[in-house]
Design a binder for this molecule. Structure first.
Ligand SMILES: *Cc1c(COP(=O)(O)O)cnc(C)c1O
Length: 412
């Protein structure tokens, strides 16, 4: 794959993003983003927007957040030189280790930040949604730490297939509500969490799990996750003495990818590549490669790229990794793709499974199946660009995937 260059108009868009003129007051990243929410939710979104302006960069809020990230969540996370993989691939490969955070994935950066914000605003309870359970567990843990009751909405289908995470959330004191409406998975769980928030806008705070949803969520979650790239950039400069040639991250809703990419957006020479779930095949319904093969549309309050058919019906998606199994994607990714700053490719289930194995046996690290997609993209890139330096966002640990991995092992 040849790298595309940005034209002058797109360079201006990128500058506006870096200068924080994008997203604009309406939450637009170019034509993407916005607030497609019911009338009844608008006051709550407005209040959230004001609270973010008031608190997010406030000194005492930042002090508490940094302290909690450090003492409780395990930041900063390490940057590991992947020595064996580097030899195998003919590249210098570094891993940003979000798998080492408390609860095992980058999700805690966002859940903790928003739980602290909920407390600042004076919310009496928190609601969250979860698909595979990772964001639910992170939210339950953060709310327990901060001292706010937490209700997690989860599709009935997901509850049945993710029993250990359901019990983890309950153990951490959260109430788990089974969603039997719609597709009974993540999409329906998000709808239900919004519904709860609409009926209790004054005392409830909704912690969304990725850079999706109506404005200001994509902005808020990006701000909370961008610590990943800030740390990685500094660590690379001090451990390696130079910036990477390319950065790779998996993309579900897109929060870990935005988190690691942001610090490098202004470094024009650094190539940024998001890797989506290619699932079983390129046929609609067999994957979750929203940016690679979707079309623009509206889902969960935001205009972004989507997987829907010609009648506008949202499609069921498939991925071996539950965390990437979502038919939408954050609007900032759609924007970054449209201006040519980030490119998006996909990795298939079988390729991701192979990379889990390689990372385990070469580096002694069990990566999440989601993260393994980033490795697939990075390995292909390294084969076409020998001798370069690569940074991979290792978004989480793979312990949660052992049932899937065991099944594959036994079937082989
Ligand atoms: C949830 C999850 C993802 C996907 O979510 P993003 O918002 O795209 O980051 C990726 N990796 C892991 C380990 C996850 O738990």
């Amino acid at each position: 794959m040849k790298r595309k260059t940005m034209n002058d108009k797109n360079k201006i868009f990128l500058k506006q993003l870096l200068n924080r003129e994008i997203p604009d007051q309406n939450g637009r990243f170019g034509k993407f983003g916005g607030q497609y929410a019911p009338e009844t939710l608008m006051p709550a979104l407005k209040k959230l927007d004001e609270s973010i302006r008031q608190y997010l960069n406030d000194e005492s809020f930042q002090k508490e957040l940094v302290e909690e990230l450090h003492q409780w969540a395990g930041r900063p996370t390490g940057l590991t030189s992947a020595k064996t993989i580097s030899k195998l691939w003919g590249a210098q490969v570094y891993l940003k280790r979000e798998d080492l955070t408390h609860t095992g994935a980058h999700k805690i950066n966002n859940a903790l930040g928003q739980a602290l914000l909920a407390k600042k605003i004076g919310a009496k309870r928190v609601v969250a949604e979860t698909g595979a359970g990772q964001h639910g567990v992170a939210s339950a843990a953060a709310c327990a730490r901060i001292g706010i009751p937490c209700t997690v909405y989860m599709g009935a289908v997901d509850i049945a297939r993710q029993a250990p995470n359901v019990d983890r959330m309950k153990q951490l004191g959260a109430e788990v509500v089974s969603v039997t409406a719609g597709d009974q998975t993540l999409r329906a769980a998000i709808d239900e969490a919004f519904r709860d928030w609409v009926s209790n806008p004054d005392d409830t705070y909704y912690i969304i799990g990725s850079v999706v949803g109506p404005h200001p969520y994509p902005f808020l979650v990006r701000e909370l996750q961008s610590i990943i790239g800030k740390e990685a950039r500094e660590q690379l400069l001090s451990q390696h003495g130079a910036l990477p040639n390319a950065v790779f991250a998996c993309v579900g809703g897109g929060s870990n990818a935005i988190g690691i990419f942001h610090a490098f957006l202004g470094d024009e020479e650094v190539e940024l590549i998001g890797v989506e779930a290619g699932g079983k095949s390129q046929n609609l319904g067999d994957n979750a490669a929203t940016l690679a093969s979707g079309k623009p549309g509206i889902l969960h309050g935001s205009y972004s790229m989507l997987l829907h058919d010609n009648d506008g019906l949202i499609q069921e998606t498939h991925s071996v990794s539950a965390g990437l199994d979502y038919p939408g994607v954050g609007p900032e990714h759609a924007f970054l793709q449209s201006i040519g700053r980030v490119s998006y490719i996909s990795a298939q289930d079988s390729e991701a499974l192979k990379q889990v194995k390689e990372c385990c046996s070469s580096e002694g690290i069990l990566p999440a199946l989601e993260s393994a997609h980033a490795f697939v993209g990075a390995k292909k890139w390294a084969q076409n660009n020998p001798g370069k330096t690569l940074l991979i966002g290792l978004s989480g640990r793979g312990d949660k995937d052992m049932p899937t991995l065991s099944k594959v092992m036994h079937d082989e």
